[in-house]
Design a protein. Structure first.
Length: 146
């Protein structure tokens, strides 16, 4: 992948926005979006993967990202990927199914988050999350419906 200035900007923002955050296993959170980005086939999905949790988990908003020059395609996918707590989880997942950028990033996100080997000692909550993510993957791949 050739890194354009927008990809580099997304990398810097991802790193800065998630500074100090840790994932459930105690590893710096920034490794998660980077892992997803490495799997993406093009610049739009790479940028979206890097930024997929920025609006949901940091102080940045979609208008902030628009002001930084990110494309409308990226912003649309990020809007879909940002889960509003008032929306039931599987409805949120179903909503993004028809956007190919959001769908690609969410599938990679779900697969990474389902990998219980990342946790030193998975507990019942981890197994319940993995089951929820399995249902979401089935919904996105067409193997299940709401």
């Amino acid at each position: 992948m050739i890194y354009t200035e927008m990809t580099r900007q997304a990398m810097r923002l991802c790193y800065q926005a998630h500074a100090g955050q840790l994932d459930k296993s105690g590893v710096p959170y920034v490794f998660h979006p980077i892992h997803l980005a490495e799997q993406m086939p093009d610049e739009t999905t790479t940028i979206t993967a890097l930024l997929h949790d920025v609006v949901e988990d940091t102080h940045y908003s979609l208008p902030d990202l628009a002001g930084m020059g990110f494309s409308q395609q990226v912003l649309d996918a990020l809007a879909l990927l940002t889960h509003d707590d008032d929306t039931p989880y599987l409805e949120y997942v179903a909503r993004l199914k028809n956007n190919p950028v959001a769908r690609a990033v969410k599938l990679a996100d779900l697969q990474h988050n389902s990998d219980l080997s990342r946790l030193p000692e998975p507990d019942p909550k981890a197994y319940a999350r993995a089951e929820k993510y399995r249902k979401a993957i089935a919904l996105l791949t067409g193997d299940a419906e709401l």
